[in-house]
Design a protein around this ligand. Structure first.
Ligand code: KG4
Ligand code: ZN
Length: 332
């Protein structure tokens, strides 16, 4: 059995990333060029700036991946690239780079869903056992996805409004914290006390959907009311109370879904998986079911996860052709 080396490319948002993964489980190289500093002063990702940075960075990052790996093009079995969802102009840079390489080097091309990538980041740590439940929490997604085998995804719940990371970033902004605000709230929460009673959106009985816009509004109202009455707000307490609400809902819904579907593993994926409060709460709740949480550098956007998800498609004989296009709203 020959080893499989997949080159992954990810440019869906504000990281230009290239990686090489061996047999879907072993990182050979994983290069991420972050643009966060260019977007920070705007308080969010500016699509036009993102695209331009990707164009500037992609060939540099590609070269860097090969320099670090001591592999060359002959060793690569296929090119996996994020085709969506994400910012269309950003996605296009990666997709076109991948198509150009696939054509020039005569390599198979494999389009990968960004969320499949976040899920497969966990397989770089541990082999999957099915059925498996994934909680995907990022700046653009909050989803519970059930998997009964490799490459097959069944969405059992999703957010009806804001994504968890989006709520974090918006609340952080109201508290005057830098972008992206998730990590800042996480840190601040540790210094505060969860004594403000913010709402928890459980929705209908048995629903695995989420909603964070009501919570966000409750935090805004709380801050406005305090300002009107000229009372000092305690940012740490607000952060802790907000985080307690998000974490409790995410933990409980994931736990009940895991029970209902009798899963063998629970996976947490996406940028918010880096959240200390969420990690602690899930670890406490899942005492018997195996819980996989990727290390921090694999929680946020990277290309190793795209190569890992691409490896499964490669093995299943799934290929894209040169008509592959960026799809900002690609379904999982
Ligand atoms: O997966 P990701 O890197 O990009 C998307 O695909 O969206 O996720 C970014 C999101 C941001 O909203 C960021 O604030 C959030 O993940 N995030 C966190 C933490 N670290 C990153 N949210 C809460 N706590 C954290 N420690
Ligand atoms: Zn992501």
């Amino acid at each position: 059995n020959k080893d499989i080396y997949i080159l992954g490319i990810e440019t869906s948002c504000d990281e230009t990333a290239v990686a090489i993964v061996k047999n879907g489980r072993e990182i050979v190289t994983n290069i991420v060029a972050s643009q966060i500093d260019s977007h920070k002063r705007f308080g969010g990702v500016v699509p036009e700036i993102a695209s331009r940075h990707h164009v500037e960075q992609i060939t540099i990052v590609l070269e860097e991946a090969f320099n670090q790996s001591q592999l060359d093009w002959d060793d690569i079995d296929a090119i996996a690239v994020t085709e969506g969802p994400g910012l269309v102009g950003a996605l296009l840079v990666g997709v076109n780079a991948a198509k150009a390489i696939a054509f020039a080097k005569g390599k198979p091309l494999i389009g990968v869903h960004h969320i499949a990538g976040h899920i497969y980041a966990n397989r770089l740590i541990k082999e999957f056992e099915f059925p498996l439940l994934s909680l995907i929490v990022s700046g653009g997604h909050t989803e519970l996805v059930l998997m009964k085998k490799h490459g097959q995804y069944e969405k059992i719940g999703e957010t009806r409004d804001d994504a968890a990371g989006e709520a974090y970033d918006k609340v952080a902004r109201m508290l005057g914290l830098p972008y992206p605000g998730g990590p800042y709230i996480d840190r601040l929460a540790k210094e505060g006390e969860a004594k403000i009673d913010f709402p928890r959106a459980w929705l209908e009985r048995g629903s695995y959907d989420f909603s964070f816009s009501g919570l966000k509004s409750a935090v805004i109202n709380y801050i406005h009311n305090a300002k009107q009455r000229n009372v000092e707000i305690d940012k740490a307490d607000i952060a802790a109370s907000f985080q307690a609400s998000v974490v409790e809902v995410l933990t409980e819904k994931t736990y009940h879904a895991a029970q209902q579907f009798g899963v063998k593993q629970v996976i947490v994926a996406g940028g918010v998986a880096a959240n200390k409060g969420l990690r602690t709460s899930l670890k406490k709740r899942f005492k018997t079911t195996e819980l996989l949480v990727p290390p921090l550098h694999l929680c946020t956007d990277n290309a190793a996860m795209i190569a890992a998800a691409g490896t499964i498609k490669f093995k299943q004989g799934k290929r894209s052709d040169l008509t592959l296009n960026a799809n900002p709203s690609l379904p999982l």
